[in-house]
Design a protein around this ligand. Structure first.
Ligand code: SF4
Length: 397
């Protein structure tokens, strides 16, 4: 049987050459189009499907009732109708109206999806494909929250549920590319877009080995601790596509995280290396690598929008550790924006190992020198002294 070809798009959303499904599912650089349909019945209950135990990925987990790849050239609405009929065994005359809710980019270690999500009202009846789906069932929003708590849903569904709740509050607003995962296709800073795309491979690496895009945050969305650096390193995060991964700063940071049980490994070298973070999320204030590691003030200010949305996604945050003065400034501005005034931040300044609690329900803020190669080489910090202070700041989170 011929392998399916998927509809792929470039950074501007334009369709490119279709690629084989197997290629797309092992290369996050191949952004392919996907539709989801959130089905709600007349009692306000949401239809979900339990993935077959025979699936390679996330067997037995609860997921969106309808989801699938778009065929090259297919418009999203038509793809949603087709998938709805195929997956739920519904005849064409019984397909309800769909409303587009939002689009977002979902990126994992193995693939990148551009998802268009629709909402539909239907009480069925449904006859799902038994080979693909273990079972389907309607759940109330409270029951869905319980499934999430018990880690019985896919990570994508968990993220989509948070988007769906926002959409229900403001259905007129179509959310596009909501971070943490949607940052990767931003071109708002012309200088930084040109610079990040121009970076060539170093040593044996070639340009194709490089991510050369904005780098989204990484880690546990239920984290109490957030670590914020300034910007991706040219041959570190800008190469690997994951913050602090692939350079000297990452070596120190992951060691510090591992030492206090927040990282599954003491090192991180690439997306897909199996490293997982627990109770901590790591990101940069500016998502694109800047020339000479120095973003211009307008670039840093522009990128605060993304950072704000990352902050919004981290509902359990208790402590933000800023690596360097510029990261500290971006965090301070974001939190001032959140509370609407600077009263809580009077006289607050960055200091190595200094913790500050602004109150008003805001997370604490700690400062540390960035564990960059330069700071290590000049002796401003050592790996051990960084780890010690890092542990101290995390202790009371
Ligand atoms: S620095 Fe931020 S705002 Fe500017 S292009 Fe990169 S992601 Fe977009």
């Amino acid at each position: 049987m011929l392998e399916e070809r998927l509809s792929c798009i470039d950074d501007y959303g334009l369709e490119t050459e279709p690629r084989l499904r197997s290629e797309c599912h092992k290369n996050p650089a191949l952004l392919h189009r996907v539709i989801h349909v959130m089905v709600e019945n007349s009692q306000g209950r949401i239809l979900m499907q339990r993935r077959s135990q025979a699936k390679d990925i996330q067997p037995g987990m609860w997921d969106m009732a309808v989801g699938g790849h778009l065929i090259p050239g297919e418009v999203a609405y038509a793809g949603a109708v087709r998938e709805f009929m195929e997956e739920l065994g519904v005849l064409e005359q019984d397909v309800p109206e769909f409303v587009e809710m939002y689009q977002y980019t979902w990126i994992t270690d193995i693939e990148s999806e551009k998802v268009t999500s629709f909402h539909a009202r239907s009480d069925g009846p449904f006859s799902p494909d038994e080979g693909e789906v273990d079972m389907i069932a309607f759940f109330s929003p409270v029951e869905i929250d319980e499934l999430i708590q018990s880690k019985s849903v896919t990570p994508n569904f968990q993220y989509e549920w948070s988007l769906h709740r926002k959409w229900r509050k403001s259905p007129d607003i179509v959310l596009n590319d909501y971070p943490v995962f949607g940052i990767c296709h931003c071109h708002r800073c012309e200088r930084l877009t040109d610079f990040r795309c121009s970076i060539q491979g170093k040593g044996k690496l070639v340009k194709a080995d490089y991510w050369n895009r904005p780098v989204p945050g990484f880690g546990d969305l239920n984290a109490r601790i957030l670590v914020v650096g300034l910007a991706p390193g040219a041959h570190g995060a800008n190469r690997t596509g994951r913050p602090f991964t692939g350079d000297a700063a990452g070596d120190v940071l992951f060691r510090a995280l591992y030492r206090i049980g927040l990282s599954s490994r003491p090192d991180g070298y690439a997306r897909g290396d199996g490293l997982t973070l627990t109770d901590v999320f790591i990101t940069n204030a500016v998502k694109c690598v800047p020339p000479d590691n120095r973003p211009k003030p307008d670039e840093a200010d522009r990128c605060i929008d993304w950072f704000q949305m990352e902050l919004d996604a981290l509902a359990n945050l208790r402590m933000i550790i800023c690596l360097g003065r510029l990261a500290f400034e971006s965090v301070r501005k974001s939190l001032i924006h959140r509370v609407g005034n600077s009263d809580n931040f009077k006289g607050v300044a960055f200091g190595h190992g200094v913790r500050f609690d602004p109150g008003s329900g805001l997370p604490g803020i700690g400062g540390l020198y960035h564990p960059s190669r330069r700071n290590l080489n000049t002796g401003l910090i050592t790996s051990d002294s960084f780890c010690d202070l890092f542990e101290k700041l995390c202790k009371d989170a």
